[in-house]
Design a protein around this ligand. Structure first.
Ligand code: NAD
Length: 485
């Protein structure tokens, strides 16, 4: 069992009051680590460390900071297998997924921002009689708060651009998945990364998370998590005029138009629905099918879902592991019960996956992938974010009707459209109220593009220049030319 500590000013510390929390493996229900239950008193030394480190870090050139990002990427790449193992143990996700997505992307976040940073040139605007120079300076100390579904992937997506732009950091990972954030801190210590630039505090959201939001010397908050928590973040930090980036929940649509290539659409819809047990913010949990395809699509979709291998996350062949915790399992189950009350029909799944592979004591948080038909698109199960292995199917008879159904959601994060007519797909996608739409693919990411949601899915964009903009203050210097006469 690991005894994890906060990482402040380049060294590891317990919470000031010595309190700690336990971290469990959802596949075995075993306690795998303890973490500090930090409070506001633990934020003070982290802020002090940031302030002491700020000027030397921001005095480095952008290229020097990009070199640091590359060094961090190299070191994490050496530990890719360890990252995958820790992430799988902490979240219950399959080891193969952890390697392919979590470990790989945590490395590429640093690599991408290093090379993207080096490509940037100074922004200038010429006038007839003057020249404008846009200057970027760091925001200062920034707070990075992240969720449990893609722990290191989402943390490094914020850490890399924040460091690149010369900021100092106080990071708080989810209290239920702290292991890889700790590994990042250990890696920075091994690399002799400048002390105080990156600080990590563990603990509960309403305690240490809230203390980060409230601290007057933390100038920006980049938050990824649920919409309700996002409201608290906004309510606390906005009146203090902190910069805010809010990446929140979703209820994403997969839309199968009548000219879709069915095999590809089915594969894509299954992947979008059940990757990471449906616990990716981009997962497509509402599937809209053109009515003439409904029967055939549903038959093939269920066949594919039933072929998913649910089981031990450590098994290379497992496609779906557990959900994040027993509490979350019960939440998803309550939605399955609600679906039945709402008149839905469970087409497959609907129960815990009980035999053979639910841990030595039979207590792993395994749930069968669940597909529900016959629900109205405005029902609670089809509109509320469940964030688990449960999807609803809906038929439509025209594109107008499909758009009406899809856009009725209060969320607007992502979606995918399946069609053989790419122009039609593009025109249709542009009418979806959503930050990201994929045509004939899902979770196909170019890190230069804007990432973020509309409506209750968030405010602001991450990725490429949007991350650089968030993690810097832009100021303009306008220089009047000498008069020529
Ligand atoms: P959550 O909102 O419960 O927690 C997210 C983080 O916020 C955690 O670190 C938590 O400790 C912290 N927190 C909680 N209360 C806080 C408070 N009062 N002040 C400060 N911090 C606080 O979310 P979760 O359950 O960890 O993650 C699942 C949610 O995240 C889902 O809604 C999912 O859609 C969303 N998500 C969104 C994206 C995206 O990019 N839009 C990506 C991944 C996950």
């Amino acid at each position: 069992m690991l005894s994890i500590q906060n990482f402040i000013d380049g060294s590891f510390h317990h919470a000031a009051d010595g309190e700690f929390l336990e971290d469990f493996n959802p596949a075995t229900a075993q306690c795998i680590a303890t973490i500090p239950r930090s409070k506001s008193v633990d934020i003070e030394p982290a802020v002090a460390a940031c302030q002491a480190a700020q000027s030397a870090w921001s005095a480095l050139s952008l290229d020097q900071r990009a070199d640091w990002l590359d060094r961090i990427a190299d070191a994490l790449e050496q530990k890719a297998e360890r990252i995958a193992q820790l992430e799988s143990m902490d979240t219950g996700k399959p080891i193969a997924l952890s390697r392919r997505v979590d470990a790989a992307r945590s490395v590429s976040n640093f690599r991408f921002f290093a090379s993207f940073g080096r490509e940037q040139s100074e922004l200038t605007f010429q006038m007839e009689d003057a020249m404008n120079y846009v200057h970027r300076s760091p925001v200062g100390t920034v707070g990075l708060i992240t969720p449990w579904n893609l722990p290191l992937y989402l943390l490094t997506w914020k850490v890399a651009p924040a460091l690149l732009m010369g900021n100092t950091i106080i990071a708080k990972p989810s209290e239920i998945t702290p292991l890889t954030a700790n590994l990042l801190a250990e890696t920075l210590l091994e690399l002799e990364f400048p002390k105080g630039v990156f600080n990590l505090v563990h603990g509960l959201g309403p305690e240490v998370g809230q203390a980060i939001l409230e601290h007057p010397d933390i100038k920006a908050i980049s938050f990824t998590g649920g919409t309700e928590t996002g409201r608290i973040v906004a309510r606390t930090a906005a009146p203090m005029f902190k910069k805010l980036s809010l990446e929140l929940g979703g209820k994403n649509a997969t839309i199968v138009l009548k000219d879709a290539e069915l095999d590809k659409a089915v594969d894509g819809a299954v992947r979008a629905a059940f990757t990471n047990s449906g616990q990716v913010c981009l997962c497509g949990s509402r599937i809209f099918i053109e009515a003439s395809l409904e029967e055939e699509f549903t038959r093939r979709f269920i066949e594919k879902v039933n072929a998913l291998q649910i089981g031990d996350p450590q098994d290379e062949n497992t496609n779906m592991g557990t959900v994040i915790s027993p509490e979350h399992l019960m939440k998803v189950e309550s939605y399955i019960n609600l679906a039945i009350e709402e008149g839905g029909v469970i087409l497959t799944g609907g129960t815990r996956a009980m035999t053979g592979y639910n841990g030595p004591e039979g207590i792993g948080a395994y749930l069968l992938p669940t597909v529900v038909g016959n629900l109205h698109y405005t029902s609670r199960c089809a509109t509320e974010e469940i964030f688990g292995p449960m999807v609803t199917l809906h038929a439509f008879t025209s594109e107008e009707e499909a758009l009406e159904m899809v856009n009725s959601s209060e969320y607007g994060l992502a979606g995918s459209v399946w069609t053989n007519d790419l122009e039609r797909g593009r025109a249709f996608s542009a009418q979806i109220d959503s930050g990201i739409v994929w045509v004939n693919t899902w979770l196909h990411r170019d890190l230069r593009t804007p990432f973020g949601g509309v409506k209750n899915s968030g405010v602001g964009r991450e990725g490429g220049r949007w991350s650089l903009d968030f993690f810097s203050e832009m100021t303009n210097v306008c220089i009047k030319k000498h008069d020529s006469n």
